[in-house]
Design a protein. Structure first.
Length: 101
């Protein structure tokens, strides 16, 4: 059985035990959070919308961290304009512990 969760404006296909990185959530490491389900599917059937009003996926927050640094470099040829900037996107690593119908 798998489900599709929605968090951070993105959708993720998850099963019990899946570990994923999502956009930063306001929760400390070790906390349990509930995420809304958009879809649940078994081998034979798919459950969507109306049957999912009380459904959710429970996840455990493993860590809060930042991605590796990316370098943003802007320049204009022959004009002497150069701008170098770095960015580290924050993320939350979570583990799906339960999918409740």
């Amino acid at each position: 059985m798998f489900g599709v969760i929605l968090t951070g404006g993105k959708q993720y296909k998850v099963k019990v035990g899946t570990v994923i990185k999502v956009e930063k959530l306001e929760a400390e490491a070790g906390a349990k959070i509930k995420l809304p389900l958009l879809l649940i599917a078994d081998e034979k059937s798919i459950i969507t919308e109306e049957a999912l009003k009380n459904s959710f996926a429970t996840a455990e927050v493993l860590e809060q961290d930042k991605e590796k640094k990316i370098v943003v470099f802007k320049y204009k040829a022959k004009k002497g304009y150069r701008k170098k900037q770095g960015h580290r996107q924050p993320f939350t690593k979570i583990k799906i512990t339960e999918i409740k119908k």
